[in-house]
Design a protein around this ligand. Structure first.
Ligand SMILES: C[S@@+](CC[C@H](N)C(=O)[O-])C[C@H]1O[C@@H](n2cnc3c(N)ncnc32)[C@H](O)[C@@H]1O
Length: 377
């Protein structure tokens, strides 16, 4: 828990989920730059309708709560972080309306603040999403760390919204100012996109923010070659499902199994659902949930968990999410149930699995990846 000190006030903020030895802040220099700018410029009044997009853990929403913003995010963790931080600062939940990336926007916004997402595709889809909800006097300010802002980023604003300029960089952050041009015709939002899984007829449907949305990731490709087929596997979880390609192949190889698709990204879960429905219609039992890992699953309830863990989360690099997922998997698996994991060889997941499960087997490996299995005993 740390304190953000900005002209709007002092706020206690933490990342979500909160970890014991957290050394990363719940905000960055781009958040500070935006908050300072909107204050100095008297950028908005309480009569303005404000939309905040991609707020990481609620730093902007908490500091701007007096304007009753709407906070739009694709991330369940970001939303939970925002709720937790509102509470930590004694701000009523109702001051910030949280909307998901898959919700339909209503009406027009006078002011829009955008934190630049890591994925250019996600930004592109978001600019298409907000364009119909702008008017001639709408003002849009985006901000991000310099390393996340490229010529291609600015071109998206120019092409989809209107004239764009940037601020000077400060503390490695910079702002983008964009004016809505009513006469611009940016064409239609190209998302969701799809590709056909090679040698098979499956359509893999990808909303913009999804992991490897243009083509099958090489790790996922290796994983699907080895997905097991077992009469024991009645309940299978695709944990961190992305577009659902792993669970799709698991369903094919285990025709009697019921599938569960979990991701913290709303676009991922929507993609997995679209992919699965395109393949099986309503003929297979499947559940699609936006959640933090395996929260909500009963202990000893699942036969097989398939996991290609995230390595980056909210610009932080590390394996703590993988560790969290493996730990939860051990509780949720029934006795004899199996966790199958793919990872880059250098990540050393086998050490974690051995520590948690007391066993692991090397199913397959190539120069880059290793597929491991751990059994709950
Ligand atoms: C490496 S991708 C794998 C995607 C897909 N399974 C594949 O193999 O192509 C990891 C996925 O984990 C999701 N993820 C990250 N943190 C999560 C969490 N705490 N709970 C659930 N899913 C999470 C990410 O959104 C991402 O879709």
């Amino acid at each position: 828990m740390q304190q953000l000190h900005v002209p709007q006030g002092k706020y206690i903020l933490s990342r979500y989920p909160e970890r014991k030895k957290e050394n990363l802040r719940a905000w960055d220099a781009a958040d500070e730059m935006l908050l300072l700018h909107v204050h100095e410029q008297d950028w908005l009044t309480t009569d303005d309708r404000l939309l905040i997009m991609n707020d990481s853990f609620g730093a902007l929403s908490v500091a701007m709560a007096m304007y009753k913003p709407e906070m739009l995010s694709d991330s369940y963790l970001a939303m939970q972080g925002t709720r937790t931080n509102l509470k930590a600062n004694a701000i009523a939940d109702g001051k910030v309306s949280i909307i998901t990336s898959m919700d339909t926007l209503q009406g027009t916004y006078d002011r829009v603040l955008i934190k630049i997402p890591k994925s250019l595709a996600q930004l592109e889809a978001q600019l298409y999403q907000i364009r119909p909800h702008l008017h001639a006097r709408s003002s849009i300010i985006a901000a991000g760390m310099v390393k996340a802002i490229h010529t291609s980023t600015l071109e998206l604003f120019e092409r989809i919204i209107g004239p764009t300029r940037t601020s000077l960089a400060r503390k490695k952050a910079r702002m983008i100012f964009c004016q809505y041009d009513h006469d611009l015709d940016p064409g239609i939002n190209p998302y969701p996109r799809e590709y056909i899984l090679d040698n098979r007829d499956y359509r893999i449907i990808n909303h913009a923010s999804v992991f490897s949305q243009q083509s099958l990731d090489i790790g996922s490709r290796f994983f699907i070659e080895h997905i097991p087929s077992s009469t024991q596997a009645k309940k299978i979880v695709d944990l961190g499902c992305g577009n659902g390609v792993i669970g799709l192949i698991a369903a094919e190889r285990n025709p009697a199994a019921e599938l569960y698709f979990i991701d913290e990204s709303y676009m991922a879960v929507a993609s997995a659902q679209a992919t699965f429905t395109a393949a099986f219609g309503n003929s297979r039992k499947a559940t699609f949930s936006v959640a933090d890992g395996l929260e909500g699953f009963a202990d000893n309830s699942i036969d097989l968990i398939l996991n290609n863990p995230p390595f980056h989360q909210h610009n932080a690099v590390g394996d703590s999410v993988a560790w969290q997922m493996f730990t939860a998997a051990k509780n949720v698996l029934r006795q004899g149930g199996e966790l199958w994991v793919i990872g880059n060889r250098h990540l050393g997941y086998h050490v974690k699995l051995k520590r948690l499960f007391g066993n692991y087997a090397n199913i397959a490996s190539n120069r880059k990846f290793v597929i491991l299995k751990a059994v709950k005993r």
